[in-house]
Design a protein around this ligand. Structure first.
Ligand code: PMM
Length: 267
């Protein structure tokens, strides 16, 4: 069944939960709560990737995330580190992380492929066209699914040619990263096309801007949890490996529905 990756943003400026979990004790407590609610993996990030966000120096990023990763891994929790920096990925591996989640798919830091190779961790290759200050201007496609798929495929080929074990790779089409709402729906409506690349697929729709347009004016980030949970169910039906979400309770329930639905289906 589809896994749940719970989001733990140890940042002052993430759009939906910025500043809430900046203090390590609060971050650790929140992660433990997410696991109790059904998260299989905790994705710890120290740099906001929202459009226009400030870049974080890897030293500051590591000061935020490494103590939290060490504490969570020490409790037996499967941790991924959400970073574009090779030095942070290496430090996270030393602290016990199991997965490197790189929203740039290795494009932001030329040292990242070597870090993936040396640490031997699983590696999420997300579709990315540029940093948060330029990504919206790069949201142009004639065939969204085909182009995102081809660009991911190029990244995968590059990593495998550098010696990365293909069994360690996970792909993510990168909802909202150089993609408009229309592009995001095209990606979601064609998830099977990404699965045919032959790698586990991760989807991160949680609380993203494109869900806001489905809601009344003035809706909060948390109001996006209901549409997020529906996407989790539909993505699970489409066979994705994992969904990355802020609210684990609603997605856990959505996946229970899928499980029950599938159990009730005649073969
Ligand atoms: N989205 C965000 C951050 N990290 N990682 C992956 N693999 N996929 C995503 O879609 C993704 C990500 C941005 O969302 P946040 O600010 O809520 O963490």
């Amino acid at each position: 069944m589809t896994l749940i990756m719970g989001v733990l943003n140890v940042t002052p400026d993430s759009f939906s939960d910025g500043g809430l979990w900046l203090e390590p004790g609060a971050a650790i407590d929140h992660a433990v709560e997410l696991v109790e609610q059904g998260a299989d993996i905790i994705d710890v990030g120290g740099e906001s990737t929202r459009p226009g966000a400030h870049h974080v120096d890897p030293v500051d990023e590591q000061a935020r995330v490494i103590p939290v990763i060490r504490a969570l891994a020490g409790r037996g929790i499967t941790v991924s580190v959400d970073t574009m920096h090779a030095s942070t990925a290496r430090a996270a591996a030393d602290a016990g992380a199991a997965i490197i989640n790189d929203v740039s798919g290795g494009l932001a830091d030329p040292e990242m492929p070597a870090a993936v190779l040396d640490t031997g961790l699983q590696y999420v290759v997300m579709h990315w066209r540029g940093q948060s200050d330029t990504m919206d201007s790069l949201a142009h496609y004639t065939d969204t699914t085909a182009e995102v798929r081809a660009e991911l495929s190029t990244r995968l080929t590059d990593l495998v040619q550098r010696g990365v074990d293909p069994s360690k790779l996970i792909i993510d089409p990168g909802l909202g990263f150089s993609k408009t709402a229309e592009h995001n729906w095209q990606v979601l409506g064609n998830l099977r096309a990404f699965e045919t690349l032959g790698y586990p697929v991760l989807i991160g729709a949680s609380r993203k801007r494109f869900l806001g347009s489905l809601l009344p004016a003035g809706a909060t980030a948390a109001d996006r949890d209901a549409p997020t949970a529906v996407i989790s169910a539909l993505a699970a039906q489409a066979g994705v490996w994992a969904v990355r979400v802020h609210d684990v309770v609603s997605t856990s329930l959505a996946l229970e529905v899928v499980r029950a639905w599938q159990a009730g289906t005649d073969d």
